[in-house]
Design a protein around this ligand. Structure first.
Ligand SMILES: Nc1nc2c(c(=O)[nH]1)N[C@H]1C(S)=C(S)[C@@H](COP(=O)(O)OP(=O)(O)OC[C@H]3O[C@@H](n4cnc5c(N)ncnc54)[C@H](O)[C@@H]3O)O[C@H]1N2
Ligand code: MOO
Length: 418
């Protein structure tokens, strides 16, 4: 279970800097999931919970990188053609050959084990065969086109570290060192609710004042992208008793509870009181935009996150805070996403002392540089801004004025979603 102390998310000031919040998460949260062993083909996207060590060299034997002729470099004329008799033929999959006789060439194919003694492979395009001999053009370097044993991975080295989220080449790497299955974290069980009397399921006819619930579907996608097992627990009305009952029940069989909406300061924002009644709510107002009124707490030992209702705030707070939190609870590395320097294609004024993320798209200029263009509308309710942008520009706390042409950090959604 989560090792959350009572003051897990407590803080001193009214608006906490984003970095302090992240540091607190890293300090206070530990893994809550157990291990499971999965066949490689099912392990994509999971958090690895063991170090994977190579039990043998990869490749296990020296081999040829091309189709051609294996030779001793010292047999070759430096400035003129060399003619060598052919003394054998080796294809990939053949058993390790005898040592090669000096003064001869061996016909060899890509991946075939290199005979002992041969130290260079000629590409067949640079050779011609004539009556049991091969004529070799001059100019090759010693060692060309040879792959040595262990050049990819040396026996005993760690090829994958615990805490990594498995990507496609990682599965290939595990297979290359002979692993059939991997120890990974079981999926985190996340209970997901939307809150708000105005919300209706998609497809329902909207009565005046109502809107369709979009946050739940955005969040289901974001959570599934991180390998979570999501319980979609629907829409909760703005009634404290309902919210309290539903949250309480969800603590029984989940590792984390997430809601959206109802966390700011209005009379109809009941999530706060419900969580306070069941556990501790540390109203964790952050010095960020969008997403300032995010709420963190715990119900017993189950962590709770109340995301703000505005759809753009949901995505930003999820990617910046929920994502690292989920990874920590699954035993993963909560590394900061990569930020790429690009030129700002716009002027912007900003309040000091808060971090801001601006939705933007990238454009390649004639000189090859990437410029980020801001989505024209800023509102945290504008979900289409996320659909139509490529990522987020991150503006640091200290910045107050951005001028077009200045370099800014860009976080592509491909880094953030999944
Ligand atoms: N007096 C203040 N008012 C507000 C403050 C504040 O500090 N003082 N903060 C503003 C900010 S910033 C945000 S963000 C919102 C967050 O408020 P809540 O988390 O209580 O969210 P709601 O009021 O329930 O909803 C906000 C907005 O988002 C729409 N919404 C909610 N859930 C969904 C959903 N599942 N799918 C689509 N849209 C949703 C909702 O209808 C509202 O329009 O508070 C500001 N106010
Ligand atoms: O901080 Mo709120 O999330 O902008 O609308």
């Amino acid at each position: 279970m989560a090792q959350l102390s009572d003051d897990c998310f407590a803080h001193g000031g009214p608006l906490m800097p984003c970095e302090d919040a992240l540091a607190l998460l890293r300090e206070r949260l530990v893994r809550v999931t157990e291990d499971e062993s999965l066949p490689l083909a099912q392990a994509l996207g999971r958090v690895l919970t063991e170090d994977v060590i190579a039990s043998a060299d990869v490749p296990p034997h020296a081999n040829s990188a091309v189709d051609g002729y294996a030779v001793y470099f010292d047999d070759l004329n430096r400035n003129s053609e060399t003619r060598l008799p052919l003394s054998g033929r080796l294809a990939a999959g053949q058993a390790l050959p005898e040592a090669q006789q000096p003064g001869t060439a061996v016909r060899i194919f890509t991946g075939a084990p290199l005979p002992q003694g041969a130290d260079t492979v000629m590409m067949q395009e640079d050779c011609r065969e004539e009556a049991g001999t091969v004529v070799i053009a001059p100019g090759i370097k010693r060692g060309s086109n040879c792959r040595s044993a262990g050049e990819d991975v040396a026996k005993g080295s760690r090829v994958l570290a615990a805490g990594r989220r498995l990507r496609a080449p990682d599965l290939g790497q595990a297979a290359a060192v002979g692993r059939r299955s991997l120890q990974v974290s079981r999926p985190l069980r996340v209970a997901l609710f939307s809150t708000g009397d105005e919300l209706r399921e998609p497809g329902e006819i909207l009565v005046p004042g109502a809107i369709h619930d979009s946050n739940r579907y955005t969040l289901i996608g974001l959570l599934q992208g991180l390998g979570c097992a999501v319980s979609d627990l629907g829409i909760l009305p703005d009634r404290r008793d309902h919210i309290t009952g539903a949250l309480k029940e969800a603590t029984q069989s989940h590792d984390l509870l997430i809601t959206s909406g109802g966390v700011s300061t209005g009379d109809e924002d009941h999530v706060k009181q419900a969580v306070e009644a069941l556990g501790q709510l540390h109203a964790w107002r952050l010095a960020i935009k969008p997403g300032r009124p995010i709420a963190l707490g715990q119900l017993g030992r189950v962590p709770f996150i109340g995301l703000p209702g505005n759809p753009a705030a949901v995505v930003v707070t999820f990617t910046m805070l929920v994502r690292p939190l989920l990874l920590l609870l699954m035993g993963g590395e909560a590394e900061a996403p990569l930020r790429f320097p690009v030129a700002a294609g716009f002027d912007y004024k900003k309040k000091p002392d808060r971090r801001e993320w601006v939705r933007a798209s990238l454009r390649r200029e004639a000189d090859g540089r990437l410029t980020a263009t801001k989505f024209p509308r800023d509102g945290a309710g504008i979900l289409s801004s996320l659909v139509e942008s490529d990522g987020l520009i991150e503006l640091p706390e200290s910045l107050t004025r951005l001028e077009a042409g200045a370099m800014v950090d860009f976080l592509p959604f491909s880094e953030l979603f999944g």
